[in-house]
Design a protein around this ligand. Structure first.
Ligand code: BG6
Ligand code: BG6
Ligand code: GLC
Ligand code: GLC
Length: 901
């Protein structure tokens, strides 16, 4: 076999052994890594393009779509109907298609002309198939070129490949170009929902029947592959949970020289004569557009050196394109191959001998074998990557394949499968031929996109009422202002109560001594010991202990509640070793109390989560004293009772003398501020100012907020401990925000938009969304995976899309809350400014509460809103360091000093 020996020697470099294939596979793995990483992507030869396709088909896809398939050997227009819950083989997909030839000159002309041809073909198709031109038709676009996709329906063309080279489209969004052309053509209504690469569409087509299909492979005019990558490895897309299909664009492998060792002079010649020299090096060694040409160049060279046809070279043999990939396939046909080879060579004006024919057939085999070997090497790199990603010992996976080479070359599939299985002995790889093009898969992608778009719309509609316009916020501010005034004049007592606190001054730094402070009404009960020494800001020592108040006690009898407090105090005094100290004490009691002096306070009504019996209408200081007496174990001198807002203001004013407002945004919400005594009806001193506990949570109890209250808020109010009361508080505070979120989630779930429509027990459980969870879910630093794990803890089984929606719902509810509180603050500071007849007011608001302190966005939105709504005030916010207990101790200190005077 002289000829054969000659060929072997000649084509030695094209015969790749397994160790070489393994080397190539390893190189390709490195290239994939490079393409996926944000740092190295720009310079990577293998682009690894995110596709925004996050899942393979699950059978729930449905709808009727138009499809365009551009970039393979045939341009097609199609109509695809997808029926839910049925695989393709069971008739789940119906298609009609028409091939439209593209005139050669259009392939290398202007981009707009090609797209005009595309859209005119589309219109022709609609007319021919009698498809209603009035209706809007969703369209799925398969575009088989490398595109960077910011979203599923955008694609910035990176470069042309194969036989396309058009002007004016590189770097542009081809979806826009398509839409532009459709508009120019006119007379049809088309909504381009999605654009996918042919590899992706092929994977989806095959995935409809085989759930394991997670790789799409094209060996046609061009070659390429896509696969499902773990999103955490896709740097260019935010999020790290779940999967995303990545279009490798492996045709570019070698463009940076990575394959130089394997490149022959024939490859260099093919490249030099191509549309895109230097680009798509791997593709040019593999795909249908180049295989015939490679064979021709080898045969030509062999003839020239006298190894074939006795050294004769015909004109045809010298001409580019005269041997096609179809010829290559024919030459390798079983049985008829040799005869076909003779016919082909004769057709080229040659007179081949039997040995010539055998030699040329052999050339063809080596060239096509190299192609399948290279594909096998890169494919095994992808499969190895998937296997590693998933830490699997054996990978069982299906590869969906399409393309003329794979479909028409007689030996190609068998060779490819064999080598892949040899390279990956531990994996079970199944190859499935995509039966009729990629458009089915493209339509499945569009179906998911359509479902997401409609879900998006419904979620947006649901959350719309939570969006506050500037106008609405101004209205809230003016209603707050009006009710503050009314409360001061004792009008409209059903809403804002404006309770005098009998605190006339903020601290001046002369406060001294040791005080006990008790703090009831926030998340926990706290007992503190505060020791004020020397000058202002100096040496305040503070010891404290936190006690939980069980729900049965919050809602039991008053006696039980106060006995519980006395018991906690007893424990604290033991802990401090001060049982016999008979300390002066201040009592922070964070509920509305009518005060006639600093040390008496009649509970007007419980709010938040408290509902102990026989307390409303009683003096809470007395109740505490009596509980201590009942205990008969220690003594306390309760010298002051203060609201938490007042305690907070005092505590902050100790640091900043401009602090004349106290704000709580925690379990509940409330504000106090220094009001001019002349505006206060009930007063007993001739001081200039007195701190007023507004109890602003009651705004809206007369219906004044009904225009912004959503059905979800109404539901939360109805299910609350005090229906109809504290309507403003119920829109803005920690105790209720989670419940509003839960109501919205329930509604979305019932509408099938969340949690696959399953209303679970967890979701039906009141109170599952505590403020701390809201804060966590909304944290920007938290990846979706962590959101999902929080939801998991709460018993809510979510997928990635669910977590996104839950986060949005939390965002809408907490944002509105912060804006409303901001509007309230604007009303208060503007009132203070006007009281004092100032053009401009500088003021500090002391703040406390878990919502303000722990929520990632609440405080910022609150500040921004207050700034916009009270432009004449310069408001600073100072978070309270030690809670309102310290403030209560300060008030006690003043009260004691006064008693001693
Ligand atoms: C087809 C797809 O089935 O395969 C095309 O629908 C794709 O979009 C093609 O490009 C690849 O094969 P070829 O051989 O036509 O390039
Ligand atoms: C604390 C005060 O600092 O803040 C409490 O000492 C107050 O009295 C509380 O009620 C408000 O926050 P939350 O989030 O515990 O309601
Ligand atoms: C080319 C294109 C690629 C496509 C492949 C197969 O390589 O760049 O996007 O998938 O051909 O058609
Ligand atoms: C509730 C109480 C109020 C308190 C606020 C914050 O609104 O009625 O007194 O200040 O919660 O804790």
């Amino acid at each position: 076999r002289v000829a054969s020996y000659g060929v072997d020697r000649f084509l030695y470099a094209m015969r790749l052994h397994d160790d070489q294939l393994e080397d190539i596979s390893a190189r390709f793995q490195a290239e994939m890594k490079k393409g996926l990483s944000a740092e190295s992507n720009a310079a990577a030869a293998v682009k690894m393009l995110p596709t925004h396709v996050r899942s393979t088909p699950d059978g729930s896809e449905r709808g009727q779509f138009l499809a365009l398939d551009l970039g393979g050997s045939k341009f097609k227009v199609l109509q695809v109907k997808v029926r839910e819950g049925m695989g393709i083989r069971k008739g789940g997909v119906e298609m009609e298609e028409k091939i439209y030839p593209i005139p050669k000159e259009l392939l290398i002309g202007r981009g707009t002309e090609l797209f005009d041809h595309v859209s005119e073909s589309l219109k022709d198709f609609l007319q021919e198939k009698n498809i209603n031109l009035e209706k809007t038709h969703p369209l799925a676009f398969t575009f088989s070129f490398p595109c960077e996709q910011p979203t599923l329906n955008q694609g910035l063309l990176l470069s042309w490949s194969k036989n396309f080279r058009l002007r004016g489209l590189q770097g542009k969004d081809v979806v826009q170009s398509l839409k532009g052309a459709i508009e120019r053509t006119g007379g049809m209504n088309v909504d381009v929902l999605s654009m996918v690469n042919d590899t992706v569409a092929t994977m989806m087509t095959c995935g409809f029947d085989d759930q394991r299909c997670e790789v799409g492979l094209i060996i046609g005019t061009g070659t390429n592959a896509c696969y499902m990558e773990a999103l955490r490895h896709v740097d260019l897309v935010e999020g790290d949970e779940g999967q995303m299909c990545v279009n490798t664009e492996w045709g570019g492998f070698g463009d940076d020289g990575a394959l130089n060792e394997y490149i022959t002079e024939f490859d260099r010649d093919v490249d030099a004569a191509s549309n895109n020299p230097g680009k798509q090096i791997f593709e040019k060694m593999v795909s249908g557009m180049y295989l015939g040409e490679l064979v021709r160049l080898v045969v030509l060279k062999m003839a020239k050196v006298g190894l074939l046809f006795d050294g004769f070279v015909s004109d045809a043999l010298r001409t580019k394109g005269k041997i096609t990939t179809a010829n290559v396939a024919a030459m390798e046909e079983y049985k008829t191959g040799l005869k076909n080879t003779r016919d082909i060579l004769t057709g080229l004006g040659l007179t081949p001998s039997q040995d010539d024919c055998i030699a040329v057939q052999h050339v063809s085999t080596i060239v096509s074998f190299r192609s399948s070997n290279l594909v096998a090497a890169c494919l095994s790199a992808i499969l190895t990557r998937i296997k590693k990603n998933r830490s699997l010992r054996t990978l069982t996976i299906t590869v969906g394949v399409d393309g003329t080479v794979y479909k028409t070359h007689p030996q190609y599939p068998k060779r490819l499968h064999k080598v892949v299985r040899r390279l990956l002995p531990e994996s079970h790889v199944r190859f499935v031929l995509s039966d009729s093009g990629s458009s089915k898969g493209a339509a499945l992608v569009a179906a998911v996109a359509q479902r997401l778009a409609s879900r998006r719309k419904q979620v947006d509609e649901t959350l719309f009422p939570f969006q506050m316009s500037q106008e609405q916020l101004h209205l809230v501010k003016s209603r707050m202002r009006a009710d503050l005034e009314a409360g001061l004049k004792n009008k409209n007592p059903s809403t804002i109560k404006m309770l005098p606190s009998f605190v006339y001054h903020t601290p001046d730094g002369t406060e001294r001594g040791k005080y006990l402070a008790l703090d009831l009404g926030g998340t926990n009960f706290r007992a503190l010991l505060v020791n004020f020494k020397k000058g202002l800001h100096q040496n305040t020592r503070l010891y404290h202990k936190i006690y939980t108040v069980p729900m049965e006690i919050m809602q039991g009898t008053g006696e039980e509640l106060f006995d519980h407090l006395a018991q906690c105090v007893s424990d604290f005094l033991d802990y401090m070793g001060m049982k016999n100290a008979h300390l002066p004490a201040g009592f922070t009691f964070s509920f509305p109390c009518e005060q006639t002096a600093i040390d008496t306070g009649t509970l007007l009504t419980w709010t938040k989560g408290f509902k102990a019996t026989d307390c409303e209408g009683h003096d809470v200081v007395n109740m505490l004293r009596e509980a201590i007496k009942r205990r008969n174990e220690f003594d306390l001198d309760i010298a002051a009772v203060v609201n938490d807002t007042v305690g907070t203001m005092m505590s902050c004013a100790y640091e900043d003398p401009e602090c004349e407002v106290g704000l709580i945004a925690g379990t509940g919400t409330n504000v106090c501020y220094m009001e001019d005594v002349r505006n206060i009806e009930k007063r007993d001193a001739d001081a200039q100012r007195m701190c007023i506990n507004t109890e602003w949570g009651g705004l809206g109890d007369d219906g004044s907020l009904n225009d912004i209250i959503t059905p979800y808020d109404a539901e939360v109010d109805q299910n609350s401990l005090h229906p109809g009361k504290q309507r403003f508080e119920k829109l803005t505070s920690g105790m209720y925000l989670g419940e509003i979120v839960r109501q919205v989630l329930l509604d979305l779930t019932r509408g099938g938009l969340l949690f696959r429509g399953h209303v679970t027990e967890a979701l039906k459980t009141p109170g599952i969304f505590e403020t701390k969870y809201l804060s966590q879910i909304e944290s920007d630093r938290l990846a979706l995976l962590q959101v999902r794990s929080i939801l998991q803890q709460l018993g809510l089984d979510s997928n990635c899309d669910d977590s996104i929606i839950v986060k949005e719902v939390c965002g809408a509810v907490s944002r509105r809350a912060a804006q409303l509180v901001g509007a309230g603050i604007a009303a208060v500071v503007d009132k203070i400014r006007e009281n004092r007849g100032l053009e401009h007011l500088n003021i500090t608001v002391g703040v406390d509460g878990a919502l303000y302190k722990l929520h990632p966005h609440f405080s910022r939105v609150l500040h921004d809103t207050a700034k916009v709504l009270a432009p004449l005030c310069n408001v600073s916010f100072l978070p309270s360091e030690e809670g309102s207990g310290k403030g209560a101790a300060l008030i006690t200190a003043v009260a004691k000093q006064k008693q001693q005077m």
